[in-house]
Design a protein around this ligand. Structure first.
Ligand code: IVH
Length: 672
């Protein structure tokens, strides 16, 4: 294929991919299978590999993100991004309706369009000649921040509009994260030792505020378009028709939840319908936006300084409530982390009785200035434990008491210390019963060793009877010891013993995850198991060997080394082995996408070292070689590449720079 042929095919593929993306995301009616889509995508990547100059900003391959920015540039909105006036009940809505009628000097019932008020982050997308050119945040309404690269990574943001398109189109939209995805993200973050996000909106804002768009690409963000900035096309007069025009152009619109309503009774009945659906929706909404349908009437009504006169948001009752903070409990986790949890006077928050709220850590307590006895505002977001959002300091009597950071562990009394880069103090007691309890709970949990039936109730009894001092002791339990439990008969005891025995066969990756090594979540455990193949091999790996692995950073390496450096831990592993738990994993490439290909690396590499590069290609089935020959598939050239680059050019070997190589790896890793 020569460059002209490649350019032609590349353009075709971009158009086809844009089109199928539109069928999938905007219409929710795909025309081809995921496999067929992937095949087109792979072909595109192949072409861009051979002709890197074709990988333009709007190529679908850019969805994986690009090199980090130093800062966000300001973007002036050509039409200000307004906010909405709020209505808190039927009366407010009646007033709004009356105001609109008065301003238009009409008593006829108005046609309104009702849309859910998405609880996310407002953005603007600018399309020139159908290509996505600039994406920005709302900012102060007049000027926002340019986050084009980040928005480009959202699969539901079209990079090219479906023809025929206007020369200029500025679209307003809300970016959001679904609740299930949000909970998964927080679970992963907690496992990796990062602070969880308080709610989906914060998670969305945080994800869009990344200078490195490759991180945004990994966040499950979606978009719904709901408004117009500027356009040079004669769009329909009806707002609803304009939204369908958006959809035809490939933009994602929440048509399913958008309603046309004549007069305020119809609006109110849809508001009630939506309120009833609120808890079952996959995402958070905080109300209903009501807009005059005719854009000519919108124009006539105009706007006040920050809000349009033609729209209003009817808000749901807040998922917040006021209550008293009765006490603060200290929880000791399996890694010894001590976290404060607020015990509240039970209070109903939108239908659910809440009596506990997370306080996260002492930095957070200091920020909120929380004291025992305070009146506080609690908020429920999705299904997560409620958050304490604010202290009503004006309600203080002077009796309230701050809780200092503990000097000793509330469970075992041993010393507590706080590392420089951490926000929580940790109990250092190795035999702390609270830590042990959490460690066993984690060890036995479904995604770890999956010991069916071994729940908190049994673990508590084992600990109070002194039957277990480590996870290894679980495998020493017998019928006699279990008979000492309350209400434990032979059948139940045998069932539990069988479940424990069955767990001996779990894979190495499960065992590694089950051991609860800090910063080793399920994903990292899998990487380590695949690479090292056995506990022994991992135990003797040096920190350098560990960091050389793709995706393993210094934090994980240090923590793995520290784990195996502990004599107690080695004793426990030894015991596990003698008790018959010593899984091994077939070391293997994780995929065969690059089987038969050979890579050579040359020049100064700055984004990764040679060992990491080798790991990456080997994991995909390829080989790394030292010199260029006609058998070389790709030469990856860093700065100051010399003779190898020259030779590769002579032999017609494809060359990649570091960024292109990483793009290719991330793309292929995404497919495994
Ligand atoms: S229309 C001129 N429609 O609510 C009208 N806004 O308080 C401006 N929002 O910043 C907004 N869903 O972030 C509109 N269907 C919807 C919306 C919506 C969520 C957010 C948006 C805006 C804020 C206004």
């Amino acid at each position: 294929m020569n460059i002209e042929q490649a350019r032609l095919r590349h353009r075709q593929l971009c158009e086809e991919l844009d089109y199928h993306n539109y069928r999938y995301h905007a219409l929710d009616r795909p025309e081809i299978s995921d496999e067929a889509y992937d095949a087109l995508f792979k072909e595109l990547i192949q072409i861009e590999k051979s002709f890197p100059e074709l990988a333009t900003d709007n190529s679908p391959s850019r969805r994986i993100g690009s090199a980090p920015l130093a800062k966000f540039e300001p973007v002036a909105h050509s039409v200000p991004m307004l906010s909405l006036e709020n209505a808190f009940g039927r009366e407010d809505l009646e007033e709004f309706d009356a105001r609109v009628k008065r301003a238009l000097a009409s008593d006829e019932e108005l046609v309104y369009i009702c849309e859910p008020k998405m609880d996310g982050v407002a953005v603007e997308l600018v399309y020139h000649q159908g290509r996505f050119e600039v994406g920005s945040t709302r900012g102060d309404g007049a000027t926002g921040e340019k986050i084009t690269e980040n928005l480009r990574t959202l699969p539901s943001v079209p990079l090219g509009l479906q023809p025929p398109f206007p020369g200029l189109l500025e679209v307003r939209a809300e970016v959001y994260m679904e609740l299930a995805e949000f909970q998964q993200l927080n679970l992963r973050r907690t496992e990796e030792g990062e602070a969880p996000f308080a709610n989906p909106r914060n998670a969305t804002a945080g994800s869009l505020r990344q200078l490195d768009s490759r991180l945004t690409a990994q966040r499950p963000l979606k978009i719904f378009c709901y408004g117009l900035g500027l356009s040079d096309a004669g769009l329909p007069d009806s707002h609803l028709d304009m939204l369908s025009a958006f959809q035809t152009l490939g933009l994602r619109v929440n048509t399913e939840m958008t309603r046309r309503a004549r007069g305020l009774d119809e609006v109110w009945s849809y508001f009630e319908e939506l309120s009833a659906r609120r808890d079952a929706l996959p995402f958070e909404i905080d109300g209903l936006v009501v807009k005059v349908d005719s854009r000519a009437l919108q124009q006539e009504l105009g706007e006040k300084s920050r809000t349009p006169r033609w729209a209003v948001a009817i808000k749901f009752p807040p998922r917040q409530a006021i209550t008293r903070l009765e006490a603060i409990h200290l929880q000791v986790g399996r890694t010894g982390a001590i976290t404060p949890v607020a015990q509240l006077s039970p209070v109903e928050v939108s239908g659910v009785v809440v009596s506990r709220a997370s306080l996260h850590n002492w930095d957070e307590m200091a920020r909120l200035d929380v004291r025992i006895g305070d009146m506080v505002v609690v908020e429920r977001a999705g299904d997560v434990i409620p958050d304490l959002v604010r202290v009503l300091t004006e309600k203080r009597t002077g009796e309230e008491q701050a809780l200092p950071m503990p000097e000793s562990c509330p469970a075992c009394g041993s010393r507590v210390s706080q590392l420089a880069d951490e926000v929580v103090p940790r109990c250092q007691g190795l035999s702390c019963p609270a830590r042990l309890k959490e460690a066993i709970k984690h060890f036995a949990s479904k995604r770890a060793m999956d010991i069916d039936g071994l729940g908190e109730r049994y673990i508590d009894q084992m600990l109070s009877l002194d039957l277990v001092a480590s996870v290894a002791d679980l495998f020493r339990l017998d019928l006699l010891s279990l008979f000492r439990f309350e209400r434990m008969g032979e059948k139940l005891a045998q069932k539990l013993l069988d479940a424990i025995a069955r767990s001996k066969d779990r894979s190495l990756e499960r065992l590694l995850f089950a051991l609860g090594i800090r910063h080793v979540g399920e994903h990292t455990a899998k990487l380590l198991a695949r690479h090292f193949g056995s506990l022994d091999a991992l135990a003797s790996a040096t920190e350098d060997e560990l960091t050389a692995l793709h995706e393993i950073g210094p934090q994980v390496s240090q923590s793995v080394r520290a784990f195996f450096a502990s004599e107690t831990n080695c004793d426990i592993l030894h015991e596990l082995r003698t008790l018959g738990i010593n899984p091994v994993t077939q070391k293997s490439a994780t995929s065969d996408l690059l089987t038969g290909e050979t890579f050579v690396f040359t020049g100064t590499l700055t984004r990764f070292n040679r060992q990491q590069a080798k790991e990456m290609v080997e994991a995909l089935g390829a080989r790394a070689a030292g010199s260029v020959s006609s058998k070389t598939s790709y030469l990856v050239a860093g700065a100051d590449a010399g003779s190898k680059l020259k030779k590769a050019r002579e032999l017609g070997v494809s060359t990649l720079d570091e960024d292109e190589f990483l793009t290719m790896m991330q793309q292929l890793q995404g497919e495994t």
